[in-house]
Design a protein around this ligand. Sequence first.
Ligand code: ADP
Ligand code: MG
Length: 334
Amino acid sequence: MNEFECIEKYFAPLSAAAEGALGLKDDAFIMSPKAGHQVVVSKDIISENIHFTFDLDSHSGEKIEPAYVARKLLRGNLSDMAAMGAKPKYYLLGVLWNHTVNEAWIESFVSGLAEDQKHFGVTLVGGDTVKREDGRISLSMTVIGEVKKDHALKRSGAKVGDKIYVTGTIGDGALGLLAFRGAVKGLTREQRDFLVERYHLPEPRHEVMAKLAEAGVVSAAIDVSDGLMADIDHVLAASKVGATIDRSAIPLSHAAADSLKHDTKLWDVVLSGGDDYEVAFTVPADKAKEMEALAKEQGTPVTCIGKITAGKELEVLDAEGKPYSPDRRGYRHF
Ligand code: ADP
Ligand code: MG
């Protein structure tokens, strides 16, 4: 199977819903943006042995299917749309493959994309395919979304007195990776599997965030991909404000709460670990009720964890009101 047969057989069917993709038989996608809207674009790259591994995991002995990697790549991108309050519509795919990629690999990868693009209502509209024998696999995705004009959410809009909210539960992603490696004690098999699943398949929050953005009830937002503290720090820097977070208000899954009971050091993982793909966002106090009602309509749990202050720092208070500072604040590539 050559490059063009591969595109025609595996990728073109994923583009069927977008007329402007021209069946992936032309050089580029022709987009027709919706009137009164702005186009929002973002890109991610993931690379073997940094973001995922296809080798047998040395601790769990498990192998990760390419379908999972494809779905996580897509979901991570959708999470960026969530942070902007945008509705994702299209995506482009860049693949750098190596000698390990055979047709079974491609079938698995494409089946993962097919499943999630149907689930989330997005369509593949283009990409690029490169294969070389040596080196590690890299995968890149660009997602294209739309937002009502001037309604995109930014990191820079937080104001003193705003409430800080998060969607879903925090810490499951990073705990899931640790659990996958067998490094979390005292979990039942179900709890371990729950956390590992949360790591492999995060739940992007673009639907609820698009609704909240359109309603104008959010002042700033960011997705929690590098770690709660590090990501909230980005909002504070962009908005030139400080914040206080009440550690005991942070929403936890049962599995995360149980692992913290066994090992309170794991608070560092909850506060600074990445891979949750939830959204942290700020809401003017007088819009909090309206926001909560809208989130409920969408079936998305949201929890107030603190407030924006006039300071410059992010202060985390533990259950006794004492300042808590973790050993590290978040993931950095370099
Ligand atoms: P070029 O050589 O001009 O860069 P290609 O021949 O690589 O273009 O691509 C032909 C068509 O196939 C284009 O529409 C491109 O967007 C699409 N395409 C190539 N690789 C992929 C991929 N991995 N996923 C989706 N579409 C792809
Ligand atoms: Mg071309």
